[in-house]
Design a protein around this ligand. Structure first.
Ligand code: GLN
Length: 195
C-alpha cells in the first residue's frame, strides 16, 4: 500500500485533531459517517469523545454491525480514549442500559470507563511508551484504563500502574489523547503499520 486511506469516525468527538495528526503522519485522512465511507477506507480511527453517544449514533445510523464486521475481518483500527473503550471486547461501567457504550470487540481487553475519574477527572503525565525513544507527554481526560488484557494483547504503556496503551496485531488503543499534543509518534506508529 502506498499512501493508506485512513477514516476517522466523525459522529462525535475530536475528529479534526485526528485528521490533522494522520495527515502529518503520512496518511490520506477522510471522515467516516456513512456505510459507503466505512467500506472505502483501509483503516479507521475512533476519536476521543463520549463512547455512549458514539454507540448510540452508530446504532441509529446502521453502522454498528458493519463496523463490528469490518473489525472482525481484520480492518486495522486505532482508538483514543472513548475510541479505546469502543474497541474493547468488554466494557466495565458501560453506562445506563439503553444508552450504554457498546463494545466493537476489536481488541481482547476489558476497559473501565472513567476509571481515573474516580480519583482525578483529568491529568497529564509523562509516560514511557514501548518502542518509542524518550518520554511521551500524555493527556488523560475522563480516561478509561485497561483491567484485563487477553493473551494476544501487548501492553505498550502504563500510568499509575494501569495499562493505558495496548496493541493486538494492527489494532491499537490509548487511554490518552496524542491527537491533542502535537506528538505524532502514536499516529505514525499506526500509519506505518499499514504499509
Ligand atoms: N469518558 C469518556 C467515555 O466514556 C471518554 C472521554 C474521552 O474520550 N476523553 O467515552
Amino acid at each position: 500500500m502506498s499512501t493508506p486511506t485512513v477514516g476517522v469516525l466523525a459522529l462525535q468527538g475530536d475528529t479534526r485533531e485526528h485528521l490533522a495528526a494522520l495527515r502529518e503522519a503520512g496518511a490520506d485522512a477522510v471522515t467516516v459517517r456513512r456505510l459507503a465511507e466505512l467500506e472505502s477506507v483501509d483503516a479507521l480511527v475512533i476519536p476521543g469523545g463520549e463512547s455512549t453517544t458514539m454507540s448510540h449514533l452508530l446504532r441509529e445510523l446502521g453502522l454498528l454491525e458493519p463496523l463490528r464486521a469490518r473489525l472482525a475481518d481484520g480492518m486495522p483500527a486505532y482508538g483514543s480514549c472513548a475510541g479505546m473503550i469502543l474497541l474493547a471486547t468488554e466494557i466495565a461501567d458501560a453506562g445506563v442500559p439503553g444508552r450504554e457504550a457498546l463494545p466493537l470487540r476489536g481488541i481482547d481487553i476489558t476497559v473501565r470507563r472513567n476509571a481515573f475519574g474516580r480519583q482525578v477527572d483529568s491529568f497529564e503525565d509523562d509516560i514511557e511508551f514501548e518502542g518509542l525513544e524518550g518520554a511521551m507527554h500524555a493527556v488523560f481526560i475522563r480516561a478509561p484504563w485497561v483491567e484485563r488484557v487477553g493473551s494476544d494483547v501487548e501492553v505498550l504503556a502504563r500510568a499509575a500502574g494501569h495499562p493505558v496503551a495496548v496493541r493486538q496485531g494492527r489494532m491499537l488503543a490509548t487511554a490518552f489523547h496524542p491527537e491533542v499534543t502535537g506528538d505524532r509518534r502514536v499516529h505514525k506508529l499506526f500509519v506505518d503499520s499499514l504499509g
